[in-house]
Design a protein around this ligand. Structure first.
Ligand code: BTN
Length: 243
């Protein structure tokens, strides 16, 4: 992972840069990296802010030999990889908030967006986009972001080398990706639950205008979130947000 890297200081979105590289035949593991994105994209059509100098935007092209049904697992693999890279590098208390937001002290530090291309049931490629807030100052986060977002600088009081974080991320991503491909999802599930925020706690899963209330019981063997409601019934949650 990251053996081939395409870098541009400023791009609209590294997802697009990665897609272009894929079309030109780039190998598995290629990373598209930018210092700034002018049109960074988040999940559910949201925007992702990636300011120059202080943020890190990476999109990794992978070509796993998996079925469509297994595809959502890759995002959880990536979440574990980001969590471990940040935890090991900074020693800050990192958590994963389902499905794949990375939090430190209850504020979001990193987000992951996965896109894929498949033909029939055969996966052709997936692009894992990772956005990291590194050196933003507290004052950078305006309005409602102030309560919700954070950076490594805000949490640790010091500046971090983006290259160091990127290297740690490549190493960790390669490790967890290989574990997933070689051994299947079980090790990922265990690692994911180790980092999981809200584990065994009461939560609300919001999917559009549908809300399910229950205790967060982790993810099952396929990576699907499990909520146990007050009657003891277990619900599988495939997408949405947790509150
Ligand atoms: C989210 O939390 O909703 C996901 C945010 C994903 C942002 C990353 S930054 C690198 C890649 N390029 C994008 O445009 N988005 C992802």
């Amino acid at each position: 992972i990251g053996q081939t890297t395409v870098y541009q200081p400023t791009v609209t979105s590294t997802q697009t840069l990665a897609k272009e590289a894929y079309r030109e035949g780039t190998p598995h593991g290629t990373a598209a990296v930018a210092s700034e994105q002018t049109g960074g994209r988040g999940r559910m059509e949201r925007l992702w802010e990636s300011p120059e100098q202080t943020s890190l935007s990476v999109s990794i092209v992978v070509k796993p030999d998996i079925s469509l049904r297994e595809a959502p697992q890759l995002t959880l693999v990536a979440a574990v990889a980001v969590a471990e890279a940040l935890q090991h590098t900074t020693e800050l208390p990192v958590q994963i908030k389902w499905p794949n937001d990375i939090y430190i002290n209850n504020r979001k530090i990193s987000g992951i967006l996965t896109e894929m291309q498949a033909e029939a049931d055969k996966m052709q490629m997936m692009i894992v986009g990772i956005g990291l807030n590194i050196n933003q100052k507290q004052t950078h986060f305006l309005d409602d972001l102030r309560e919700k977002a954070t950076s490594l600088y805000v949490e640790s009081g010091k500046e971090w080398s983006r290259v160091q974080i990127l290297q740690a991320l490549f190493i960790s991503f390669e490790k967890w990706y290989d574990i997933w491909i070689e051994n299947g999802f079980e090790d990922i599930r265990e690692a994911w639950e180790k980092y999981a925020a809200l584990y065994k706690r009461p939560v609300k899963a919001v999917q559009g205008n549908k809300t399910i209330v229950g205790h967060m019981m982790g993810i099952n063997r396929e990576g699907v979130l499990q909520l146990k409601d007050e009657n003891g019934n277990v619900h599988s949650i495939y997408s949405g947000d947790l509150e």
